[in-house]
Design a protein around this ligand. Structure first.
Ligand code: HEC
Length: 429
């Protein structure tokens, strides 16, 4: 089974639960994750075609980034705070915090992007694609103009390239469905190692060790010379995501069928597994040596304490400080928790990833001051009332307000929609 077939299958399996499931930040499984070097901001990419920027400690969504025509499969954080996303549409987009449009777009691949990596000096961006190539391109300076040259092909595989990572010395490592692992210098011949199994993911440690894994559920540890040092089996197979902690001490590996294994890299042993809701996990990113973020099919980004193996809590469900406590225990407030990462309610809450809902009833669509609405929303002609807000989540934002950047979500139970609008009537006055 190809990885692509697997994605389709899992998405299909995940769909029936959708109507009853509580709402989340994303409208689909979280396929990609990255954390800024200072550990404060995360970016998540989803099958729902959007990326979300998160202020991790606040549990607040800073922005919903809508650009890709298809799933957002890959994400990377640059040392200067910019973020990159790669999509099923074959495009790579570069984002600056606070801008609603990409600051640069690279459309040089002929197939979906499956992985992204930033070089250690922050100057180059590599992408893995199902067009059978990995490309490298120089990144424009923080204020510089977008480059007009396509990236150059750095590595080729027979079939999908599923992962890219940089070694500390700047060489690129690529892995593919053809079971090959390639180590590519900036110039000169590449080193190719063929492993026993199709490869889905690769990550590198600060000392240059490479972790690669795929269909057979084994994480292999290799030197930059391609020599295998150890292999750690983490059934059930296959492994779909890998990450190495900043200090190189831990590897996190996610399998389609099971929990997330935390591996002691030097000892090449599984220390423990993270068990909990949200499986399977599609994406992993270390925030620090002690904290891991996971993105799963429950559409949440979850935080884990690696000293205890316990969940810290999902990002999108953080209870905000702005007055929700006063409504504790009410059904409508519970339903609203799924909106709270993106919307505030009170007069002083301000805009988050979404506009403030203060004074929403009787307000014309797309008119909250100071918020950068999508073109699509600004073109619509309607006034928010308990009926229109209920209808928005009965049919879903993508049908009710086509082209909106609010992630797709529905509230299936009419009693929950009713409870939500009754709550909003009181909390947004
Ligand atoms: C992940 C972030 C996110 C979540 C979660 C979210 N929204 Fe939104 N919402 C947005 C964004 C972004 C917009 C603006 C859309 C645009 O400009 O196209 C928006 C717009 C809206 C609007 C229209 C506002 C206006 O001024 O016209 C309403 C109403 C709304 N959301 C209600 C909700 C409710 C209720 C929930 C929970 C059930 C919710 N949203 C969950 C991001 C979110």
């Amino acid at each position: 089974m190809t990885l692509r077939t697997l994605f389709v299958l899992l998405v299909l399996v995940a769909l029936p639960a959708r109507a009853e499931a509580p709402l989340r930040g994303h409208g689909g499984p979280v396929r990609a994750l990255a954390v800024s070097p200072d550990g404060r901001v995360a970016i998540s990419g989803s099958f729902d075609q959007s990326a979300i920027l998160w202020a991790i400690d606040e549990g607040a969504a800073l922005a919903v980034l809508r650009f890709h025509d298809g799933a957002v499969n890959a994400a990377a954080a640059l040392p200067d705070g910019r973020m990159a996303t790669g999509g099923e549409d074959g495009r790579v987009a570069l984002w600056r915090l606070g801008s609603a449009e990409p600051v640069a777009v690279f459309a040089d691949h002929a197939g979906p992007i499956a992985g992204l990596a930033v070089s250690p000096d922050g100057a180059r961006l590599a992408s893995a694609s199902w067009d059978g190539t990995a490309r490298i391109r120089p990144l424009p300076g923080a204020d510089g103009p977008a480059p007009d040259r396509p990236g150059r092909v750095a590595s080729e595989h027979r079939g999908n390239v599923n992962g890219v990572a940089f070694l500390p010395d700047g060489r690129l490592v690529t892995v593919g469905y053809d079971a090959a692992l390639r180590v590519v210098p900036e110039d000169g011949p590449a080193l190719t190692v063929t492993l026993p199994t199709p490869l889905n993911a690769v990550a590198t440690a600060p000392d240059g060790e490479i972790a690669a894994a795929g269909a057979d559920g084994t994480v292999r540890l290799l030197g930059p010379d391609g020599r295998e040092r150890a292999a750690v089996a983490i059934p059930p197979r296959p492994v779909i995501a890998l990450a190495v902690s900043p200090d190189g001490g831990r590897i996190a590996a996610a399998t389609v069928g099971g929990a997330v294994a935390i591996i002691d890299r030097r000892a090449a042993k599984v220390l423990f597994t993270l068990v909990g809701p949200g499986l399977p996990v599609w994406s992993l990113a270390f925030r620090s040596d002690r904290e891991l973020l996971t993105g799963g099919s429950d559409r949440l980004v979850r935080r884990w304490d690696l000293r205890t193996g316990e969940p810290i809590g999902p990002l999108a469900m953080a209870a905000p400080a702005d007055g929700l406590a006063a409504f504790r225990g009410e059904r409508g407030a519970e339903v609203f928790r799924a909106c709270a990462a993106c919307h505030t309610l009170g007069p002083d809450g301000g805009n988050r990833a979404g506009p403030t809902l203060h004074g929403i009833f009787g307000r014309r669509i797309a008119t909250a001051p100071g918020y950068g609405y999508s073109e699509a929303l600004r073109r619509l002609d309607l006034v928010w009332s308990p009926e229109t807000v209920a209808r928005l989540f009965e049919v879903g934002p993508s049908r009710y307000t086509p082209g909106t950047k609010m992630p797709e979500q529905t509230i299936g139970d009419p009693r929950d929609r009713e409870a939500l609008v009754r709550f909003l009537e009181r909390a947004t006055r």
